[in-house]
Write a protein that binds this ligand. Sequence first.
Ligand code: 3PG
Length: 306
Amino acid sequence: MKVLVATDKPFAKVAVDGIRKEIEAAGYELVLLEKYGEKAKLLEAVKDVNAIIIRSDIIDAEVLDAAKELKIVVRAGAGYDNVDLAAATAHNVCVMNTPGQNSNAVAELAFGMMVMAVRNFYNGTSGTELMGKKLGIHAYGNVGRNVARIAKGFGMDIYAFDAFCPKEVIEKDGVKAVSSAEELYAACNIVSLHIPATAETKNSINYELVNKMPKGGVLVNTARKEVINEAELIKLMEERTDLKYVTDIMPVAHAEFSEKFAGRYFATPKKMGAQTAEANINAGIAAARQIVGFLKDGCEKFRVNK
Ligand code: 3PG
């Protein structure tokens, strides 16, 4: 069996070494395709492999057509919006993710970005502290839970909204569960996004919703760029010069955001949330183990396509 690690944004070397150990201990071969840039290289690399480990790498129908021997794709991470699930099912390919494995890394980055925003991007002027501020966690999954845990240490007043998580589960963590996204944005000084990119959530963070935030509101995005209605956020930030937007996923309209909102906007050059050695090791090794479990024992835990 041949397992391909296809990561345009590579894992830390220590994680690749760990993945290799798992794959070779199972008697399989590991091949590595990093920083490949063009899709043609991916199409060539997938031709004879039985399993693929990816990150945000795009696995669409064309890739699946080229991968004639493929049985399983594991997205080392949480969000699998980069994989065409219907096409994978049609090709009889199992798709899995590795939930929770990189969530602390993403949560820590959300706080790095929060501190930067409330300290006015370190420009020398007096900012504010996080202590005592109202933090809104938009979606209470693995990352949202870690954000809540860290926010307690900062002494924040924590709120959350999750359309799919029962209020009791949220409140058990000492977090105030609100009934709608509108209520969350209206209550909180800082909102941290942790929703996946789905048909329902795409463009859902719009003018009307963000405009509910109190004066001086900060929107933190370590989730997906697709959930933001960029044109409406630009319009709102033009009207409300008190708002700040910090994001780990560069918007399509990055140049316009940068030009119009200097001192109120920041985007990392590359998505950095899960880019720690620990997260790479956790997610990468989990992916390798899931592949071995699937190929040897047919284990389908964490399968996301039916
Ligand atoms: C995820 O969905 O797991 C995170 O967004 C991290 O994505 P990455 O592996 O592309 O950095």
